[in-house]
Design a protein around this ligand. Structure first.
Ligand code: ACO
Length: 326
């Protein structure tokens, strides 16, 4: 099979900052509570006219500029998102139009916070078997659009943004393996309704303004997360024949510092090896891992030859991990 490398990464977050102090004015909460329970200090929020596609396009352009790749050379676009502004066309087709990626086929996938790694896995397999050469993989979400801004137990957690990577066929080893999993049985611990279901009527939506917003049983999702993150890392490391001491940098989904610290502890990984930026952005869903990856590269935390683990969990329920030789 062809080797697959990450040629470049990119990101985009909106300018508007929403701090914990701003949230104190919106719901009964405090900077102290949010900081202690989650580690989040502020998040970025889209304005009224910015769509998930706009976020995705900017992150994608950033990654394409860094790779120096031409639009004609991209032959696959996958966007992982749970906040598309349309059911169809897909966000990926809207990105294709904006960036004039006329030789690509394009589609979205829905795997919430695990979405970027799921999309990477799909692109990697297409490239490995020779079906395409250069894939643009994007994680983009504007969770603020489906956040229930009167629910203090969820609205303090989320933010908006997008991250992207160009995956290409290569002579060198790059992406070494994946672990992907789902637990649909427990999916309704964390959900957001769509329109079009037989049980969703216009009047239901009209009567309840929070109807099409995020619902989460935080404690249950927390228990799932602290169990599944170490599991997903151990599984993928076993598949590729490495142990956690071989890994230089861990990039976990940026949901909650307590979840990350607990997973690191169970895996006996020192926090110095773990990249954290959730204090700045909160949980940006599918964008969280690629934004963190791009920042880690930019800050020089990831160097050529390093082994990097990405790991995520989220709605579905889903989980995903991958090992990359940089
Ligand atoms: N400010 C102040 N108090 C609050 C707030 C808030 N923002 N939110 C909840 N509380 C209160 C609760 O009402 C509760 O009060 P009570 O004891 O009087 O009932 C108390 O704080 C403790 O609440 P818990 O829910 O037990 O707090 P916990 O320590 O579990 O933290 C949290 C809650 C942060 C949501 C945690 O459960 C968590 O991080 N869960 C996982 C969430 C997650 O990572 N989801 C990712 C899914 S990603 C995706 O796919 C979109």
């Amino acid at each position: 099979a062809q080797n697959v490398k990450i040629l470049s990464t990119g990101r985009y977050v909106p300018d508007r900052v929403l701090t914990n102090y701003d949230l104190e004015k919106m719901v009964d909460t405090s900077d102290e509570w949010i900081t202690q329970r989650t580690g989040i200090k502020e998040r970025r929020i889209v304005d009224g006219t910015t769509s998930t596609t706009d976020l995705a396009v900017r992150a994608a352009k950033n990654a394409m500029d860094k790779a120096g790749i031409l639009p004609d050379d991209i032959d696959l676009v996958i966007v992982a998102t749970v906040t598309p502004e349309m059911f169809f066309p897909s966000t990926a087709c809207l990105v294709q139009k904006e960036l004039k990626l006329k030789n690509a086929f394009a589609f979205d996938i829905s795997a919430a916070c695990s979405g970027f790694i799921y999309a990477m896995a799909i692109a990697t397999h297409f490239i490995q078997n020779g079906f395409c050469k250069n894939a643009l993989v994007i994680g983009a979400d504007a969770l603020s659009r489906i956040t229930n801004w009167s629910d203090r137990s969820t609205c303090v957690l989320f933010g908006d943004g997008a991250g992207a990577a160009i995956l290409s066929s290569s002579d060198e080893q790059g992406i070494l393996g994946f672990e992907l999993g789902s637990d649909g049985e427990n999916g309704l611990l964390l959900y957001c309704h769509a329109f079009g279901l037989s049980d969703v009527t216009y009047s239901q939506v009209k009567e309840n303004p929070n109807f099409r917003k995020i619902y989460m049983e935080g404690n249950e999702v927390y228990k799932f997360a602290v169990k599944i993150m170490p599991y997903a890392v151990e599984e993928v490391l076993e598949k590729v024949g490495l142990s956690s001491s071989d890994i230089d940098v861990f990039i976990p989904h940026q949901a909650n510092i307590r979840i990350i610290e607990s997973a690191a502890k169970r895996l006996k990984i020192p926090m110095e090896k773990v990249f954290v930026n959730l204090h700045k952005y909160g949980n940006t869903s599918a964008a969280s891992i690629p934004i963190a990856l791009d920042e880690a590269v930019e800050e020089g935390r990831i160097k050529k030859g390093d082994k990097v683990v990405l790991v995520g969990f989220g709605g579905g329920l889903t989980w995903a991990s991958t090992v990359i030789k940089w």
